[in-house]
Write a protein that binds this ligand. Structure first.
Ligand code: PEP
Length: 247
C-alpha cells in the first residue's frame, strides 16, 4: 500500500506566531495511511518540533555538500539535526531563482538521503512548454535527471507542479493531471522496477485548495498534494488533509 501525504510548503513565510497553525494541525486525527508534512522556513524547524506532534517537518532546500564555506546555505545534516525528516528539492522557485539544474537537484538528493531525509523532488512544465505539447518530454527529462539511482518508496516522493499553476489559482484539468501522474508512475516503474516504482508517493501541487482537493485526490496515481498558500492556515490545510484522508 502506498502512503498518502499532505505536504505544506510555507516558503519564506512564518515567524514564531505561525507555530499556532502547526499546533492546530497536530491536533488533527487521520488514518494510519495518511501522513502530514509541514516545511516551514528552516529558522523555525527546531521550535516547530516541540509542537508538531505527529506532523513531520521538512526543509525547503539543502546544499549538495555536507558542510563548508557556503554562506547562507543549509546542509541536509543540519535540517535533520533541527528535527526535519523530509526536504523539498528542485521546487520551480529554486530552479528559477537560483538556476538549479537537474544535476544540482540530483546531487542534493544524494546528500539528503545520506543524511536520512526523505526527498520531495519537484518537477513541472512551464506554460509555454505545455502549450507546445512538450509536457511529458519535460517531465521525463526532469525525472531522469533529478532523481539519483537508489530511489525507494521510503526515501523518495515526487511532486508534479506545473509552474503555471503555482500560486495562480489555475489548475490543470483532471485528465491533464492524470496523464502526467500515470506517465510518472510508468517511468518510475521502468527505471526502479515495479516494486519500487509502485510505492513512491506522487503528489500534485499547484493551487490546491479546500474546494478542489477532493476532485484532485480522485485522480489516478495522485497520492497527495504539495500545497503552498493554502498550507499557511490550519483551517484551509486541515480541510485538504481531511479530503485526502477520505480519498
Ligand atoms: C508550491 O509552492 O509548491 C505550491 C503548490 O503553491 P500553491 O499551492 O500556492 O500554488
Amino acid at each position: 500500500m502506498r502512503r498518502k501525504l499532505a505536504a505544506g510548503n510555507w516558503k519564506m513565510n512564518g515567524s514564531a506566531a505561525a507555530l499556532a497553525e502547526l499546533q492546530a494541525l497536530a491536533a488533527l486525527s487521520t488514518s494510519d495511511s495518511t501522513d502530514i508534512l509541514i516545511c516551514p522556513p528552516s529558522t523555525l524547524i527546531s521550535r516547530a518540533k516541540s509542537v508538531a506532534g505527529n506532523v513531520a517537518l521538512g526543509g525547503q532546500d539543502c546544499h549538495a555538500s555536507t558542510s563548508g564555506a557556503h554562506t547562507g546555505d543549509v546542509a541536509a545534516d543540519m535540517l535533520k539535526d533541527a528535527g526535519a525528516s523530509y526536504v523539498i528539492l528542485g521546487h520551480s522557485e529554486r530552479r528559477e531563482d537560483h538556476n538549479e539544474r537537474d544535476e544540482d537537484v540530483r546531487s542534493k538528493a544524494k546528500t539528503a538521503w545520506d543524511a536520512g531525509l526523505v526527498t520531495v523532488i519537484c518537477v513541472g512544465e512551464s506554460l509555454s512548454e505545455r502549450e507546445a505539447d512538450n509536457t511529458l518530454d519535460i517531465i521525463g527529462g526532469q525525472l531522469a535527471g533529478s532523481i539519483p539511482d537508489g530511489a525507494t518508496g521510503e526515501n523518495l516522493v515526487v511532486a508534479y507542479e506545473p509552474i503555471w499553476a503555482i500560486g495562480t489559482g489555475k489548475v490543470p484539468t483532471m485528465s491533464q493531471i492524470g496523464e502526467v501522474h500515470d506517465f510518472m508512475r510508468m517511468r518510475l516503474e521502468r527505471r526502479f522496477g515495479e516494486g519500487v516504482g509502485r510505492t513512491v508517493p506522487l503528489l500534485y501541487g499547484g493551487s490546491v485548495k479546500p474546494g478542489n482537493a477532493e476532485e484532485i485526490f480522485a485522480v489516478s496515481n495522485v497520492d497527495g498534494a504539495l500545497v503552498g498558500g493554502a498550507s499557511l492556515k490550519a483551517s484551509d490545510f486541515s480541510a485538504i488533509i481531511t479530503a485526502l484522508d477520505a480519498a
